[in-house]
Design a binder for this molecule. Structure first.
Ligand SMILES: Cc1cc2nc3c(=O)[nH]c(=O)nc-3n(C[C@H](O)[C@H](O)[C@H](O)COP(=O)(O)OP(=O)(O)OC[C@H]3O[C@@H](n4cnc5c(N)ncnc54)[C@H](O)[C@@H]3O)c2cc1C
Length: 461
């Protein structure tokens, strides 16, 4: 009958909640609502939040297999960035320059909207808008940084991406071998689990019915089936992101790829003096296999990256959240960037699944004939994008034509992933290739052929 939930993963964030997680009661009868939402991560919760505020009379039910914030929303790197998985140049090619720029501006505005909404909810999610610094640590990485700034300038977005010389970059982030870098002000750090749990409480307080421990076993137009009861609804919203393949009929819609993270014990003031991040900037470098970090409010370094394998059949299981070799590599990368962290204690190791569409294009939409809606495919950039998705789904459900419903990701349909075993071979070859590409550049000092050949498969960032 549902109701039993998986234990929280060992994420620093879930560990940092003020109170333990006590799941709500699962759905145990048939109900009839206006909007049924499947999945209580940021996508599902922001949708309910904005919709209910716009229409306090709307009857909304959310079913969540585990507990609100169990998925990527409670475990991510805490970058509330304006990044999209698709580059501006690609968006402009596919949808036109004005549409691409409108999308970019909406993402930047969404960072501020997220901060305002967090304040309205009344949570202390340890938010600081310190921007993002990305350092270049080889000549080829420096070339990539300059190319990125050139592209931003071509789009008239020079104010949003500044090129930093060696001193300016090292002042923000003193990583070994820094030659320069870039800085954007459009990013805030957050403690994501505090935000997602507070959002769930706020949504319940607004009168939305949240049923945790309630897996949807099937969704179809106007229907959600769960072990304890069926929901009949005008609109059914799929907000399951990296777990979407678990729903019948959606096996090839979104591929789950794992990203893993480590957290250090709180560092000393002297260590932070050496490293930087005085404004709590989020940070990365220009290597191919993405790494990302932040300085937490309590002075820890958290650091994450991809590289864990994709699992056959788009499977997601709690044991995939950890991978000893990847954790060791992450710590080695961190120590290579910041030698002062070579012997620091690692207190938390965790990971989670993020969702990737076949064309690496995030999307949001609502089919007016079937009443089925969705949002997802954010790759690793969903913290802010889910907020934009929630407000867009509100407008779509209300049937309103707004600036948000005209953005180029609305109604975008990605083609399906290949059948297995091709999906497994392709995804893992792509992930392995990015590591090899970094090693290849290190050896040859020329831009990686492998990265260029495979970038359409594994995405630009
Ligand atoms: C380790 C990691 C680091 C990341 N770092 C960042 C970052 O720094 N910045 C950034 O922007 N993005 C980051 N991301 C991505 C970001 O966290 C996600 O894009 C975002 O949280 C997606 O939110 P969501 O609500 O769509 O999905 P989720 O938060 O995954 O929520 C989906 C929910 O659906 C539930 N569910 C699944 N199947 C069912 C079912 N059948 N019935 C009912 N419920 C179901 C799940 O239990 C889950 O709670 C990261 C992701 C990971 C894994």
């Amino acid at each position: 009958m549902g109701g039993e939930v998986t234990a929280p993963p060992p994420s620093l964030w879930l560990d940092g909640l003020d109170s333990p997680i006590t799941p709500t009661r699962p759905l145990a009868r048939d109900i009839d609502v206006d909007v049924a939402i499947v999945g209580a991560g940021f996508t599902g919760l922001w949708t309910a939040y904005y919709l209910r505020r716009a229409r306090p009379e709307a009857r909304i039910a959310i079913v969540e297999k585990e507990f609100a914030g169990f998925g990527a929303s409670g475990r991510n790197g805490g970058w509330a960035s304006a990044l999209l998985p698709t580059s501006l140049a690609t968006l402009a090619r596919e949808h036109g320059r004005d549409s691409a720029l409108a999308f970019d501006a909406a993402m930047r505005a969404s960072v501020d909207e997220l901060i305002t909404a967090a304040r309205d909810i009344g949570t202390d999610a340890h938010i600081a808008k310190g921007g993002t610094v990305v350092v270049a640590r080889t000549a080829l990485q420096w070339e990539r940084a300059r190319a990125e700034v050139r592209e931003a300038n071509e789009f008239g977005l020079g104010d949003h991406l500044q090129l930093l010389d060696r001193d300016a970059a090292a002042k923000r982030l003193n990583a070994t071998g820094t030659l320069g870098g870039t800085f954007t002000p459009d990013c805030a750090v957050i403690q994501p689990a505090r935000l997602v749990r507070a959002l769930a409480a706020a949504v319940s307080g607004l009168g939305v019915d949240l049923y945790e421990g309630t897996p949807a076993t099937a969704i179809s137009p106007h229907k959600v089936i769960t072990p304890g009861g069926e929901i009949t609804a005008t609109h059914v919203i799929r907000a399951t992101e990296g777990y979407t393949a678990g729903l019948p009929g959606y096996k090839r819609a979104v591929a789950p790829v794992y990203s893993l993270m480590i957290a250090t014990a709180p560092l000393s003031d002297a260590q932070w003096q050496e490293i930087g991040l005085a404004q709590r900037e989020t940070f990365s470098d220009y290597r191919h296999l993405i790494v990302y970090g932040q300085r937490t409010a309590d002075g820890r370094m958290i650091f994450g990256g991809r590289g864990a394998p994709y699992h056959f059949g788009s499977a997601t299981r709690p044991e995939f959240d950890t991978h000893a070799k990847v954790f060791t590599k992450l710590h080695a990368s961190l120590a290579e960037m910041f030698p002062t962290l070579a012997n620091v204690a690692i207190t938390h190791r965790w990971g989670g699944a993020l969702g990737i569409a076949r064309d690496w294009h995030a999307s949001v939409g609502l089919d007016s004939h079937t009443g089925l809606g969705w949002a997802g495919g954010y790759v690793g950039d969903g913290v802010t994008t889910t907020n934009l998705a929630g407000r867009t789904l509100r407008d779509l459900i209300l049937g309103e034509d707004t600036a948000l419903t005209r953005l180029p990701w609305v109604g975008h349909q990605s083609r399906r992933w290949e059948m297995e075993p091709l999906r497994w071979i392709g995804a893992n070859a792509g992930l392995a290739a990015m590591s090899v590409a970094d090693a290849e550049e290190h050896l040859t000092r020329r831009p990686s052929m492998i990265a260029r050949a495979l970038s359409p498969l594994v995405g630009g960032h």
